[in-house]
Write a protein of this length. Structure first.
Lengths: 138, 138
DNA sequence: ACAGAAACGACATCCATTTTCATTAGGGGA
DNA sequence: TCCCCTAATGAAAATGGATGTCGTTTCTGT
């Protein structure tokens, strides 16, 4: 009882749609929106409802399986499958969307002291970096 | 010719609405949304169209007169008049919205090297901090 | 196989922000 | 000061990402 079987990770059922979504998300090299992912799935003949894509991404976010940013350009939330168990920060190319993980140890260490520095408790941070990748810069 | 008179800052006309908006925004101690500001103006009998508030805030943002964050809770963009000429980062209380400027020199210096560290050009950053202020923490 | 619950998906709805467009009113120049 | 051009305004409609609804489908443990 209260046994966590490898077959049922976190109360999440394993449906054809969830698998397809996770697979296509993992295959995407960069951040992608719910709608973009839905379009990709459709292209390859994988029929998944848009609502389902939104829900699956929301659940993946809760399970901390993805990093999320907000596109300044389109206003969409963009998702990327995490490579490590820890959250990461990325530089995203403003032009083509290419993303690259950045070493933010310095910032993380600084952030860890914020509770003392600010008088606020349970301080969390959001850090997004954008620039122009070498291919797009001129 | 091509003379920049003090009377015409940046092609922006000085209307009653713009002045009221800037005044009320400056009076607000914390971050406030377009709709919140619009409501505040209405309360004090200052009639300004909601579109006008949105437009004025957009222009203030372009002129770098305000710092902007995105409320995770309401999804709104929140604005705060800048006290200095440089951009700032803040800790915002998740519960009551109180905001406090934070010294981010360390991060700023780190960010200045990102072009070399990442291979991206013109790297800009977004940093948002949220926590619970002393009044709200239990 | 069965039953209860979770997931689907087409569609409706929400809601912040933008756009439209007719009207108003700044402000530089004469 | 008066004119004119044009930016600014605002009511209303449109946009668009995201979430809610609800009847149907599909898991999964027993
Ligand atoms: Mn971090
Ligand atoms: Mn900064
Ligand atoms: Zn690029
Ligand atoms: Zn508080």
């Amino acid at each position: 009882m209260s046994e966590t079987r490898g077959t049922t990770p976190l109360g999440a059922r394993r449906t054809r749609q969830r698998l397809d979504i996770l697979q296509h998300l993992s295959a995407a090299p960069d951040f992608i929106s719910a709608q973009g992912l839905h379009a990709r799935l459709a292209q390859t003949g994988t029929l998944v409802g848009l609502s389902t894509v939104y829900r699956a991404l929301r659940d993946l976010e809760r399970a901390e399986q993805v990093d999320v940013i907000r596109s300044e350009a389109s206003g969409e939330r963009l998702y990327r499958r995490r490579s490590t168990s820890e959250h990461q920060h990325y530089v995203i190319c403003r032009r083509c969307g290419r993303s690259e993980a950045v070493d933010t140890d310095i910032v993380e260490r600084w952030a860890a002291h914020l509770d003392q520095l600010t008088g606020f408790s349970n301080v969390t941070h959001t850090l997004e970096l954008s620039g122009e990748c070498m291919d797009c810069h001129l």
